[in-house]
Ligand binder design. Structure first.
Ligand SMILES: CC(=O)SCCNC(=O)CCNC(=O)[C@H](O)C(C)(C)COP(=O)(O)OP(=O)(O)OC[C@H]1O[C@@H](n2cnc3c(N)ncnc32)[C@H](O)[C@@H]1OP(=O)(O)O
Length: 236
């Protein structure tokens, strides 16, 4: 029997649960959430707070993190992996994912998403509703692509960056680590690490700090420093 534990029973957690149920891959789903007023979400049990994750290891073989904040999501994903949970990727059946793309564990792909050939999506990413990731793109770990975003071919988005709703990225651009691309922005040139950009074309609006004790290396394991040539020749 396949049982999935979802960390986070908020709006994003409900969408992840819905996508997981749509796959037909899970016999049972339950949530962990720190809101102790939640007992039942979408008719599924909330079986404890986040910190109780070790207690459920025997009952639930697989777990996924449904937390919107990129850094927090990656930290919890790491804890679950270390605890021995299987970390699946959840891919909504109405998405169109190229057989020549690669999706790493812990990533969730919502309804209406398109991922084209030779794209590579790292660990713990969110590809939100009706976004598109075109050929040869590299999304490193912990990236969030918001609803309606279009990423053209051969774009590289580094770890923990967030592309806001409806933003668009032109071909061959690199977006740095821990970047926020504001809603509706058009990115036409490379963006450095740790900034928020907005506008058409994108301009830097502010510098950002990584609000976490863990260093940048935590988010970019060597295995995810992908070479573009390797991406073009790999298939699932
Ligand atoms: C399923 C789901 O719901 S997934 C979630 C999807 N939601 C989103 O994608 C929301 C994205 N959020 C945004 O775009 C927000 O505007 C944020 C996160 C960028 C705001 O970040 P903040 O750091 O709070 O920025 P702040 O509001 O201080 O604005 C800083 C500057 O950027 C500008 N700015 C902020 N957002 C935008 C935007 N979308 N377009 C143009 N300019 C913008 C502000 O006007 C301000 O400009 P100024 O300094 O010239 O006055």
């Amino acid at each position: 029997m396949s049982k999935l534990l979802i960390l986070g029973a908020g709006g994003h957690g409900r969408v992840v649960a819905d996508a997981a149920l749509s796959t037909g891959n899970w016999d049972e789903i339950a949530f962990l959430d720190n809101n102790n007023e939640l007992n039942d979400v979408l008719g599924k049990a909330v079986v404890g707070g986040f910190e109780s994750y070790m207690d459920h290891r025997e009952d639930y073989s697989a777990a996924i993190v449904a937390i919107g904040n990129n850094v927090t999501r990656m930290i919890w994903l790491d804890r679950l992996e270390r605890a021995g949970y299987e970390i699946p990727s959840i891919i909504h059946p109405s998405s169109t994912i190229s057989r020549f793309s690669q999706i790493e564990r812990g990533s969730v792909i919502m309804a209406g998403v398109v991922v084209n050939a030779s794209a590579r999506v790292g660990k713990g990413c969110i590809l939100n509703t009706s976004s598109s990731i075109d050929h040869d793109c590299i999304l490193e770990n912990g990236v969030h692509i918001s609803p309606g975003v279009n990423v053209c071919g051969t774009v590289h988005v580094k770890s923990c960056s967030w592309l806001g709703v409806g933003s668009k990225v032109l071909n061959n651009v690199t977006i740095g680590f821990n970047v926020i691309v504001a809603a509706g922005t058009i990115v036409i040139k490379d963006i450095p690490d740790n900034v928020m950009v907005a506008g058409m074309p994108a301009k830097i609006k502010k510098n950002l700090e990584m609000k976490s004790d863990v260093g940048k290396d935590f988010f970019i394991p060597a295995s995810y420093e992908w070479e573009r040539n390797e991406v073009r020749t790999r298939s699932v």
